[in-house]
Design a protein around this ligand. Structure first.
Ligand SMILES: [Zn+2]
Length: 87
């Protein structure tokens, strides 16, 4: 990864598409469903890069990934992967 930091101490993403990919990956890997999950990406005034946040309206890409079933399919795939790994 690249070496940038932010005074907020949050993880820094270099661009919006990267942060959105991470957001969707997180949702695919974790059984998120509550208000404490990260749901959006924003550009930070302090560092000029992107962070994830649990506040604000849900990110468009994430919202589409959930409503299209992409997240659920990914979760299902990950569950199978985990089963195979445990053997
Ligand atoms: Zn920042």
């Amino acid at each position: 990864m690249f070496n940038r930091s932010c005074p907020t101490g949050k993880i820094v993403y270099a661009s919006l598409p990267i942060a959105e990919d991470v957001l969707i990956e997180l949702w695919s890997r974790n059984e998120y469903n509550s208000a404490i999950a990260p749901i959006a990406v924003y550009r930070c005034d302090d560092c000029g890069f992107y962070h994830l946040t649990s506040k604000g309206p849900m990110n468009d890409k994430l919202s589409k990934a959930i409503s299209s079933g992409q997240i659920n399919r990914q979760r299902e795939a990950n569950r199978w992967e985990d089963k195979f790994k445990k053997r």
